[in-house]
Ligand binder design. Sequence first.
Ligand code: NAP
Length: 279
Amino acid sequence: MAKRIDGKALAAKVKEQVRTEAAELRREAGLAVILVGENPASKVYVAGKEKDCAECGIRSFSHKLPEETTQEELLALIQTLNDDPAVDGILCQLPLPKHLDEEAVINAIRPDKDVDCFHPFNVGRMVIGEPVFLPCTPAGVMEMLKEYEIPIQGKRCVVLGRSNIVGKPMSMLLTQADGTVTTCHSRTEDLAAITREADILVSAIGKTRFVTADMVKEGAVVIDVAMNRDENGKLCGDVDFAAVEPKASYITPVPGGVGPMTRAMLMRNILTAAQNHQA
Ligand code: NAP
């Protein structure tokens, strides 16, 4: 039976470290949170991030904008926040309403305040192994592997998904940790044969019960990034947890796995930004 990786407990530990270090800054660290429109899931995420900030002794500046906000108005706000010395990090909650250009918004955030690590400058720094920030979700997974002393060097790692936010940076960080990485996506042929070779399997697809027991090697480490809703509206991941748990050596639950770690790593990035600004 697999050992469960407790993301909630580890996230609490990371946030406690952030709180301690944030208290040692000369001035309070600050996060500006921009939410455009009424997306219910985004509202929940933003509320969670503001709560995390409060717990960590980080100020949060909330900018809730109406659905009909124009590109110019949004870019003007980002410019103001870029220039505001009380703001260390800027987070613009995605997805944006369809009439807004996400790429232009990501590019407008000053890289030293890009605590989501979405800006091409920070993505490039990560790829060459000289990161300023790490993207929160993959960084949270790496932190979990480290905490549970799971070796990566020389291991076969398989990442399901190749999004810019999760899959691609996840593969990159595992490669930098000396894993031998295969990235799979919707065009991958014979996917199950590849996943069966994985010592470490990370799934970030967004499909309930996609990863079944026959796709997992005995003793594999299984990390489930996804946050899906099952037929009863219950939060669940990509992995058929009940069937895979007896086969794996370690497994992350959903909820209580990668999700809390993503939030904790955001707090760490805000602290890093504030430390850099005050250095
Ligand atoms: P995304 O942008 O929709 O990417 C999904 C990826 O899965 C794509 O690369 C896609 O391939 C691949 N895929 C889809 N169907 C597939 C199939 N049948 N076989 C193999 N690959 C397939 O999603 P995302 O933003 O990366 O998020 C992925 C999941 O993680 C979602 O459930 C999301 O809610 C969750 N998430 C969780 C956290 C957290 O904090 N825990 C953070 C972010 C995201 P193509 O590239 O070929 O289309």
